[in-house]
Design a protein around this ligand. Structure first.
Ligand code: ATP
Ligand code: MG
Length: 411
């Protein structure tokens, strides 16, 4: 075994990274905002333990193995580990051997069999919000390599306070917590910081400030992002398409949902948020392009007063009908109900919609939640959504013997 001759060149960018690296606590959480330096800290900690204890064996894990190469592993090689420390890298196994004999295994928690018999000195989980308590406990049970400091640590964006990591670290105080916001990272480009400044509500609290924000006051707290925010896939041609429209010359918005005809589930697959400067004709050309090859069976949008605008779309060949029920709270409650049943799936690259969904909140008046929405006029996707989804009514059909009621959904 060779002893490393190169020291770790990592320089912490803020106190949170510094403390996280120096700590010898058995359990550690680095909880922070987007780009706060979490993954760099995680990789640097793993590398430090590998250098401090030659011959050590540790894992850097994510929930899903296939996500490692483009994220954590890339950061490890490009930002953290000097080339000269690496003796060998077995790409297919994800195993890095250092010149001092220590090994770091990059693995997914989606393959527990591979981890089942390892004898580890340390383990670090990146994006730990994706994991469940069983994953954590499984790693705890593997930290039994003799003669080294045993540490289990994680880096993550915050999530809801109900998450096991929040309970373990904040409620039960079972480990040390280090925290950083995006605004603490001096390495970030200025335009990125400006962009972050536009985040609002829970989205800002979690992803910019790095707080474990609850959903109090959030209109769509019943939207379960862990189940319903999903990776994009190609919508089958046979599915039916519905569009929802919010008018306005400065900020029009349209959403396109596809319905799986076998399950009735809705998939929000396109958002159209073009900004100002285009007219109805241009919008309609875009709508036709977006929906080409699909059967658009319903288009709904606007308030009762906006009939003239609907006529404008109709004359361009895009017939939009008025929502059946114009009551705003009725429409909102319909959408809430669909979320409660997890009937609406959303592709996770629809950034405008997602930002709005996580920041659309009822105003508070002396601590009490009202029915007014903070800055409602700015939530164009939320308006487009409730127009179309509130036309969606449940029907109940009997499916023969045994007599069970199966809800189906139709317009
Ligand atoms: N100690 C450091 N030294 C130099 N640059 C750093 C350091 N820490 C972070 N950075 C810079 O900041 C960027 C973001 O860091 P990192 O990827 O660790 O953030 P993150 O919190 O994991 O982000 P994400 O939310 O995207 O997962 C890095 O790509 C790197 O350029
Ligand atoms: Mg990261």
């Amino acid at each position: 075994m060779t002893t490393a001759t190169v020291d770790l060149i990592f320089e912490p960018i803020h106190k949170a990274q510094e403390g996280f690296l120096a700590s010898e606590a058995p359990r550690l959480l680095f909880s922070g905002a987007f780009r706060a330096g979490k993954t760099v800290a995680l990789c640097a900690k793993g590398l430090k333990l590998s250098l401090d204890y030659p011959g050590n064996f540790g894992v850097i894990a994510r929930k899903v193995r296939s996500t490692l190469p483009q994220t954590t592993l890339k950061t490890f090689f490009e930002k953290v580990c000097p080339r000269e420390l690496i003796a060998d890298f077995n790409k297919s196994e994800g195993l890095v051997r250092l010149v001092n004999g220590s090994e770091i295994y990059f693995c997914g928690l989606d393959d527990p069999l591979k981890l089942g018999s390892l004898e580890l000195g340390w383990a670090g989980i990146d994006e730990a919000i994706e994991t469940v308590e069983d994953d954590w406990q499984m790693l705890e049970g593997r930290l039994n390599k003799p003669g080294v400091l045993h540490q289990l640590f994680a880096a993550t964006n915050p999530g809801p306070p109900a998450h096991y990591l929040h309970r373990m670290f904040f409620t039960e105080g079972k480990g040390e917590v280090y925290h950083a916001s995006s605004l603490d990272n001096p390495e970030l480009p200025e335009d990125y910081i400006i962009r972050l400044g536009e985040f609002e509500g829970i989205y800002r609290e979690r992803y910019v400030l790095g707080l474990w924000a609850g959903l109090e006051g959030l209109v769509y707290s019943s939207f379960d992002d862990k189940i319903c925010l999903i990776p994009r896939f190609e919508i089958p041609k046979g599915w039916l398409v519905y569009s929802g429209h919010d008018f306005g010359t400065a900020n029009p918005a349209a959403l396109f949902y596809a319905q799986d005809t076998t399950t009735g589930f809705m998939y929000l697959n396109r958002e159209y948020v073009p900004g100002s400067g285009r007219g109805i004709y241009d919008h309609v050309q875009q709508f036709k392009e977006i929906t080409e090859g699909y059967n658009v069976i319903k288009r709904v949008g606007g308030s009762h007063q906006e009939d003239e605008i609907r006529q404008g779309y109709t004359s361009q060949g895009w017939v939009i009908s008025e929502p059946k029920n114009n009551d705003r709270m009725y429409q909102i409650q319909k959408v809430q109900g669909l979320h409660r049943l997890n009937k609406v799936f959303v592709f996770n690259d629809l950034t405008n919609y997602i930002r709005e969904k996580f920041s659309f909140a009822f105003k508070k008046d002396e601590g009490d939640v009202t029915e007014k929405i903070d800055n409602e006029a700015r939530f164009h996707c939320m308006a487009a959504e409730r127009y179309i989804l509130s036309d969606f009514v449940p029907e109940t059909v009997n499916s023969g013997k045994p007599r069970v009621k199966t809800p189906v959904w139709s317009f």
